[in-house]
Write a protein that binds this ligand. Structure first.
Ligand code: LMR
Length: 395
């Protein structure tokens, strides 16, 4: 019984933060989990969020349950953010979910129970949790090529080749709509066109993970891949998260946006999504969705949010540049300039698992074993220290 249960390994991302917190050294740096930090090392609550919360304290009348599919106002704002006006509203089934992870789990279970065959293709590499979520949802997991052998660029030919030869019509293909996690390597606009053509002509179901809207090039710019895919595929599922772009990590705010070929199919899909939600967590938490809706209901707060989001994006770009420049001054270190093309919070450093281990044990710098570095967690005041630690393990 319980006494024969084996110990599970620590989580490959969140487990490292536990180890970081337990590390007694004072000179240490946590570049693991994708959480933004400001110049003082804090993950700030955005000013627009504080203002919305003050409003909510004054005006909120109840903590009664939300509907199974979530807060209606939140759902319509998210629909606009994700889909703009590209898809008629009656073809969209939108469900609030607890974070991007909750959205992926609901989408995975929907695919497993309502669509067959039930295979999902994940890029190689991908976010460490995708595999576990999709398997738990009941899907068979396959992979398609993504990163080239240089570990710095997209292997576009291999990606297309895999989509063309490994998949069957009706398979789901998970794609990072922008800011690929863990590599920061995204397809170009022209490459998205090619991908969309193959997805459409082979009858594949796009499952788009959209967790970093606004962290690549901007809110609209980061939706280019998604819009291109939706231009070719009549059906798709978009799992979005507002953890990062509203800084609402612990409030668990996300959504599943399902695009159906017609209004009747969208209505049926929504009813099935609700069945999945009810059997998992009944209905979503209120507070985070209420914050997002309060901000997007108000022009002034929306402007404030957009400028705070831009500030975060520009700071990450600045840190990435500073890191690459810092590495170029380290004698004997390899060239890190390809990191400058990467988008979003993360950079794929090219560090091996052994180098990542050494960086942690010798210098107290924590990065994910794949070599992923959370650039948004860097501290500009200690950039030289960080660069010499990295140079020490790669040199
Ligand atoms: C990450 O990739 O670091 C984030 O998405 C947080 C997480 O849950 O892993």
């Amino acid at each position: 019984r319980f006494d024969s249960i084996p110990l599970a390994p620590p989580d490959s991302i969140l487990g490292l933060t536990e180890a970081f917190l337990a590390d007694p050294r004072t000179e240490k740096m946590n570049l693991t989990v994708g959480v933004y930090k400001d110049a003082s090392g804090l993950t700030p609550i955005l000013k627009c969020v504080k203002a919305a919360e003050r409003k909510l304290v004054e005006t909120e009348k109840t903590k009664g349950y939300l509907p199974i599919d979530g807060f209606p106002d939140y759902r319509s704002h998210v629909q606009k953010l994700v889909f703009s006006d590209q898809i008629p509203a009656d073809r969209i089934a939108m469900v609030q979910a607890p974070g991007g992870t909750g959205a992926l789990r609901v989408a995975g279970e929907f695919l497993a129970t309502q669509c067959s065959p039930t295979r999902v293709f994940l890029p190689n590499p991908t976010w460490a949790n995708h595999n576990a979520i999709m398997r738990s949802a009941g899907l068979d997991v396959e992979t398609y090529s993504y990163l080239a052998n240089d570990r710095r660029s997209l292997d576009f030919d291999a990606l297309l080749d895999d989509l063309n030869t490994k998949t069957r019509p009706g398979d789901a293909v998970l794609m990072h709509a922008c800011c690929h996690n863990p590599t920061g390597v995204d397809p170009t606009a022209d490459q998205w066109k090619e991908i969309a053509k193959v997805m459409g002509s082979r009858g594949l179901i796009p499952l788009l993970d959209f967790a970093y809207q606004g962290f690549g090039d901007g809110l609209d710019e980061d939706a280019v891949g998604l819009r291109t895919i939706l231009g070719q595929c009549p059906e798709a599922i978009v799992c979005s998260s507002y953890s990062k772009n509203f800084g609402l990590y612990s409030e668990r705010v996300g959504a599943v946006g399902l695009v159906a070929a017609n209004a009747a199919a969208a209505t049926a899909a929504l009813s099935q999504l609700k069945v999945t939600v009810r059997a998992n967590y009944s209905n979503p938490p209120r507070h985070g969705g209420a914050i997002v809706a309060t901000i997007l209901d108000d022009d002034e707060l929306t402007q404030m949010w957009k400028s705070e989001l831009e500030e975060m994006r520009l700071r990450i770009t600045h840190l990435r540049t500073q890191f690459v420049e810092g590495m170029s001054k380290q004698a004997g270190a390899p060239d890190f300039s390809s990191l400058l093309n990467q988008k979003g919070m993360f950079s794929y450093s090219g560090l091996t698992a052994m180098q990542a281990d050494e960086l942690r044990s010798k210098h107290g710098v924590y990065v994910v074993g794949s070599g992923r570095i959370n650039v948004a967690g860097m501290d500009e005041k200690r950039m030289d220290w960080l660069c010499s630690a990295v140079a020490d393990v790669v040199g």
